[in-house]
Design a protein around this ligand. Structure first.
Ligand code: DHE
Length: 537
């Protein structure tokens, strides 16, 4: 991670000085009982810029024993030496010998003297109101189709651009928190956008007034956030502490935290949180235990069902495990046990089925959320990136397709029989896939390996690659998003000296190129708030 030197400074600046985040890791007691300051120096030199001061996590995850429970020590040695696929973690075999690698492993599996805490009180204390919403106007301060706006996240200098999706001109550009990750989420009307940074900051941006209005630090090491369909609540999933946090979207004040502990009392990181609109609930995927949670946030799905779930919760878990109940019946937890761990997820458009896979398994599990049970296994080679999956209609059936982060293939799966219809061969493993209901094409990148500068365009009716683009030779081309009407595609050149390239979605020819600093994801208001099938949710 030494490459991210500028990240180091930001990370140091942004780690709060609250006493609750202090820890004393200077002296490490190794397995043989000896103490060692060298391990910490190695950590500071090679790991801190990504994994944060005192192992708290930043661009990379926090490194404490409870966050490493699924990684055996000998595997951790491999990860340090050779890197981890599908992450920003490079290999260090050139810089570190095996004794140094072992010292680092011992260090990260050592409990800190003081356990890092981030309580409801810490969250409350971190809540900042930059502007009083009542004093801001209710009309946009610019003229554009509000449904065809894009937010483009630029990781290069931790900024975001608000882009007019008709003219492809930037409306404004603003600073974000350090290392945003995952898709920002819009309010149901598209006016507000909520960002999550890897180090726990949630920011609410008012598009009409082009201002960050509220912020809060919801965790030390955060995965992602989701916003309820009624726009009232945001849920944040954390790696550290092991919990979820429900926020009031009005001002991002915390409503409650829920420790993510399974029915056996085992604590877990949160893989990701999602909004399931037809269910009026949040889905919480847990990483270290074989459970998925459903948390209804409104009684709209049927009061009786809601009560049933609340009852289910009491029966399953007992109330003692939930901190900070404000209203006993609010946000009850419905536990769904799973056959395997789930690291990556996809939902069918009806949100009845969850398709999940663990990092170590080659099979996907299909779980019926209503029946609370596994209904099918999908045979998939490599490591499908289900989170980037999309759906479309193919020969009268619904299919979903997912890129693969280990192998050069896109798997296309029948969503009725759960059989793989086709494995489309690509020029290397890919990360993101996209389409639009109005487009005959699906786009997939080749994020990893020598062909990272290539992007494939797949015909959704024939399941064949019809064109492979190389927009900037040698530079990673990844992550596309369509305009509201599906007529144009925006693609990122993932480089500090990068660009956002606009293509005509039908002729596949370039229309415009805007210089940008490592643009990562881009998010169209209309596609997001309407849960367009071709985009991520
Ligand atoms: Fe992501 C989304 C998990 C590495 C860029 N990534 C997501 C989501 C999850 C996830 C669960 C969906 C959340 C959401 O949008 O609400 N990502 C993971 C990992 O577990 C993984 C493999 C390891 C890790 O570091 O956590 C990982 N992701 C990366 C990267 O290395 C990427 C390329 C660069 C970065 O920013 O760290 C990256 N992930 C993204 C982006 C999205 C994302 C741009 C949003 C995609 C979208 O279109 O919605």
């Amino acid at each position: 991670c030494g490459a991210l030197k500028s990240g180091l400074l930001m990370s140091l600046l942004l780690v709060p000085t609250s006493a609750s985040l202090a820890s004393n890791n200077d002296v490490v007691t190794l397995r043989n009982g000896a103490t060692n300051t060298h391990a910490k120096q190695l950590y500071q030199q090679h790991c801190q810029s990504c994994h944060g001061v005192d192992r708290m996590g930043a661009m990379g995850p926090a490194l404490f024993p409870e966050n490493l429970s699924r990684l055996r020590k000998n595997k951790a040695i491999d990860v340090i030496q050779y890197g981890r696929p599908a992450t920003q973690m490079p290999g260090f075999s050139e810089q570190l010998n095996s004794a140094q690698t072992q010292q680092l492993v011992d260090y990260i599996y050592t409990q800190p003297k003081e356990q890092p805490q981030w309580s409801l009180a810490d969250i409350k204390a971190s809540n900042i109101q930059h502007y009083q919403q009542s004093k801001l106007g209710n009309k946009p301060l610019f003229s554009a189709d509000l449904m065809n706006l894009f937010i483009v996240v630029e990781l290069g200098d931790h900024s975001a651009t608000l882009l007019n999706g008709d003219t492809f001109t930037p409306i404004t550009r603003f600073k974000t928190r350090y290392a945003l990750h995952g898709g920002p989420k819009y309010s149901p009307d598209g006016r507000y956008v909520y960002f999550a940074s890897r180090d726990g900051w949630i920011s609410k941006y008012d598009i009409y007034n082009m201002k960050i209005v509220s912020e809060v630090r919801a965790g030390i090491n955060t995965r992602n956030l989701a916003v309820s369909s009624d726009g009232k609540y945001a849920i944040v999933g954390n790696y550290l502490p092991h919990n979820i946090v429900i926020l009031d979207t009005k001002d991002l004040s915390p409503i409650k935290t829920i420790a993510t502990i399974d029915s056996e009392g085992v604590s877990s990181r949160v893989s990701a949180v999602y909004n399931a609109p037809p269910r009026h609930s949040f889905i919480v995927a847990l990483k270290d235990v074989k459970e998925v949670w459903e948390i209804p946030y409104s009684a709209e799905g049927g009061v009786e069902v809601y009560k049933g779930w609340a009852h289910d919760y009491r029966k399953d878990s007992g109330e003692g495990k939930v901190e900070d109940w404000q209203v006993t019946e609010s946000f009850p937890i419905r536990r769904i046990r799973t056959a395997d761990f789930l690291d990556d997820f996809f939902f069918d458009p009806e949100y009845i089925h969850l398709i999940g896979a663990s990092r170590d398994s080659h099979n996907g599990q299909v779980i019926n959320l209503d029946a609370k049970k596994k209904v099918a296994t999908i045979a998939m080679a490599g490591m499908p990136h289900l989170g980037s999956g999309i759906t479309w209609d193919y020969q009268g059936k619904s299919v979903f397709a997912s890129p693969n982060i280990k192998e050069g293939r896109v798997s296309v799966i029948d969503m009725h029989s759960w059989q793989v219809i086709k494995e489309i061969e690509t020029l290397g493993p890919g990360f993101f896939m996209r389409s639009h209901s109005n487009s005959p094409y699906a786009w997939v990148d080749v994020f990893f390996g020598p062909n990272k500068d290539k992007v494939h365009v797949i015909n959704k009716s024939t399941l064949e690659i019809v064109k492979t683009l190389t927009p900037v030779p040698g530079k990673t081309a990844a992550h596309v998003e369509f305009t509201k009407d599906g007529q144009y595609v925006l693609l990122s050149i993932w480089d500090n000296d990068g660009a956002l390239i606009v293509y005509d979605a039908n002729t596949l020819t370039e229309v415009k190129r805007l210089p940008m600093k490592k643009p990562s994801g881009k998010y169209n208001v209309y596609n997001k708030i309407n849960y367009e099938k071709g985009t991520s949710h």
